[in-house]
Structure formats: C-alpha cells, structure tokens
Design a protein around this ligand. Structure first.
Ligand SMILES: *Cc1c(COP(=O)(O)O)cnc(C)c1O
Length: 390
C-alpha cells in the first residue's frame, strides 16, 4: 500500500477511535450494551437528543424548533423531544398520529413538504394542524378545497451547494413565483403567513443561509408591497453533524444566522422557525453491526456486515461516511465494506481503514442516528437494525 494512503488511514482510524471512546465514555449504559445487543442495532441516546434540542434553543432562543420527524421517527425519540417542548414537522398521517399520540398539541405541528397527500391534509386539518407549505398553484387549490381557511407558507428555492444531501431541484420556486403563489392562496381564501426554504441536508456551507435569508427578505418586502403581510420565517433544516469529517457547529451557524437576520430583517418576523432533523438526532446514534465474512477481490479487501444500504445505511449511496471503528489493535488495512444483501449496489463504504477483522466481531458506526433505520426495508429478507433507546 502507498505510504500516503496508509498515513491517511491511520488518521482516519484514530479519528474514529477517539470519537468512539469519547462517545462511550460519556454514556455508561452504552458501554454495558455494545457487546451484548443483537446486531444490527441502532443505540439512541435520548438524553443526548434532548440536549441537542436544548443546545439549539440556547444558541437561537428566538427560534421555534420543529423537529423533522422523518430523520428518526422512533416513538421514544419523539417522546423525549416532546418532553423538552419541541415542535414537530410531519409529512404523513402516520407521522402525525404518532406525534399526537404523545399528547403533543396540534398547534406545535407544521407540515413543510410542499406536495402532500390529500388524505393527510384532510386528517391534519381536522385534528387542528393548520400550517402547510406550498410551492405550486395546484397545491394551493388542493389545500383550499380540503382545508378552506388553512395557513400556508411558500417554499423558496435556494442554493444547496456544499450540502451532502441537496434538495433544491425537487422543491421550491423563485421569488416572483412565490409571490404569485401567496397571492393565489389569498384569493382562494387561504391565509398566506410566510415562507420557508431548505439549504440542503448536512449543510456545511454558511453561504447557503446567507443567500436564503437575503432572498427571503426580498420576498418579504415584495409581499408587503402587494398587501400581503408575512409573519413566519421558516429556515428549514440542514444543521450538519460530524461524520468522517468535522462539520459546522451550531454555535457558528447560530451566530451567523442571527447576524443575517439583524441585517435583512431589522423588524423581526412574528415567528422564526427551524426544522432540524439530522442536527438533533444524527450524532446521538451508534450502530452496532457484525462482520459476516471477508474476501480478497483483486487488489481489494472486502468485508461484509449484517446490514446494508437497503436495510438502514441508504445514505452511504449519497456519500455519507460513518466513522467506523473496530475495537482491536493491529496493522491497518484498507477495506471495502459490503452490505448483507446480494445486490451489487449494496456497498456501504470504500477506503475504510481498520485492523484485520474476523467474522463475528463487531463494528461500530458513529453518527448513525439520522436517516438510517427510517430508510430501512426488508430487502432480501433482512430487517432494518433494531432501535434501542437508552
Ligand atoms: C427533511 C426535512 C427537514 C430536515 O432536514 P435536516 O437536513 O435533516 O435538518 C426539514 N424540513 C423539511 C421540509 C424536510 O423535508
């Protein structure tokens, strides 16, 4: 192996090791369980989840936080967040009923997916959820029919560069169209209350917030000139967590965003919102998996684990790299990690540096709390990792 890749490998392994040891040392219950739980399992730290929420509130006290349920919809995770006063962002009847069953008031729930199923709108409006995102004229018409006096906020498109998981092509409209949509909503009897954007998930580029807030202010002002007084600025999700690379920290994002708001919204909106998903649960989950086997394929060393991209590690396909740790010493080798299924797309990671693993040994995947088990299917007969909340 080349010297350079090996020393990079040492750094990588040391980083994963330090992250693992730090994570475990602050979580007594985890250290008791990691060798005992059946694999694959996702261990979630509920106290950690709560403290992430509290941290965001501490740094952005003026912002109401609506946790994006899709990032991790485990009931205990939702309950922990409900306990500390979080709001919730939901997209489906299933997510909504789960949140309501915890006793969360419908006023603490919003729905920001700009294209929603009819039955969901109907159910949500009937139980008292009254704030929906839109980014098209047909969606306004749809909502006007089923939820006649609902409040709507429009989704602006903003740059997603430097976000690991860009969303801007699928949703959002430019400022002029947004204005027309708000006006159309008003004409149809709905109440246009504000706007939203999403800088892209795992956003490590402060500039995206800059352009988004600047563009929001333009829309805010144009709406005012057309006689539409907006009240709500929803700044979406995108708060990153660390994976194999360090990420922006919430205090930095908060500092920057507060500066932008002072500049572009000298009169603060009536309500400021954020809807982080990954930023709350991402680094509070540890996935424990087992090594199934290994093989030499040409120059490559392959090892296979008991879950995969179809059962919980789908984001590996989009480039998310979980720090991966094997608790033993020894010479490092470069590995390709294959998933459990027979599908050739089922590759979890490449260029992973680990000591020689043996079948049956456990690997620890850090920062696995968001967008893992929620994506899991039963493909090839392998269920998603079990979620254990501690
Ligand atoms: C997924 C999603 C979020 C959460 O995004 P994160 O990047 O996980 O913070 C927030 N808002 C909407 C509308 C979403 O679809």
């Amino acid at each position: 192996m080349k010297e350079t890749s090996l020393s990079a490998g040492k750094l990588q392994f040391r980083y994963a090791k330090r992250y693992f040891e730090e994570f475990i040392s602050r979580r007594q219950k985890f250290s008791e369980l990691i060798d005992k739980v059946e694999t694959p399992s996702l261990l979630m730290d509920l106290e950690g989840v709560k403290s992430k929420y509290v941290q965001i509130k501490y740094h952005l006290p003026e912002v109401n936080v609506y946790y994006a349920v899709k990032a991790n919809d485990h009931t205990e995770v939702l309950r922990a967040l409900a306990e500390v006063g979080s709001g919730f962002e939901v997209a489906s009847s299933e997510e909504l009923s789960r949140v309501l069953s915890l006793g969360v008031q419908p006023e603490r729930v919003i729905s920001s997916n700009p294209v929603k199923p009819l039955d969901f709108i109907d159910y949500a409006y009937r139980v008292g959820v009254n704030r929906f995102a839109v980014d098209s004229f047909p969606e306004v018409d749809k909502i006007a029919k089923i939820a006649p006096r609902a409040r709507v906020y429009v989704r602006l498109t903003v740059p997603n560069e430097g976000s690991e998981w860009p969303l801007s092509r699928k949703f959002g409209v430019d400022v002029d169209t947004a204005l027309d949509i708000l006006e159309h909503a008003k004409n149809r009897g709905l109440v246009p209350i504000g706007l939203t954007f999403h800088v892209g998930s795992q956003c490590n580029n402060l500039r995206n917030w800059f352009i988004a807030i600047k563009r929001s202010a333009q829309l805010w002002e144009s709406a005012r000139r057309r006689g539409i007084k907006l009240l709500v600025l929803n700044m979406g999700g995108g708060i990153p967590v660390r994976y194999l690379q360090e990420s922006l920290r919430i205090e930095d994002i908060a500092y920057y965003v507060k500066g932008l708001l002072r500049k572009y919204f000298p009169t603060p909106p009536y309500e400021l919102q954020m809807e982080p998903g990954r930023g709350i649960v991402g680094d509070q989950g540890l996935m424990v998996v087992s090594v199934l086997g290994k093989a030499k394929r040409g120059e490559e060393n392959w090892l296979y684990i008991d879950t995969g991209v179809f059962n919980g590690l789908a984001e590996a396909l989009g480039g998310i790299r979980y720090p991966t740790y094997l608790r033993k010493e020894g010479e490092l080798k470069e590995w390709v990690i294959g998933g459990i299924s027979c599908d050739s797309m089922d590759v979890v990671a490449k260029n992973v540096f680990l000591p020689e693993p043996e079948a049956g040994e456990r690997l620890f995947l850090l920062s696995a709390g968001a967008y893992t088990t929620v994506y899991g299917a039963n493909f090839n007969g392998f269920p998603p990792p079990k979620v254990v909340c501690l």
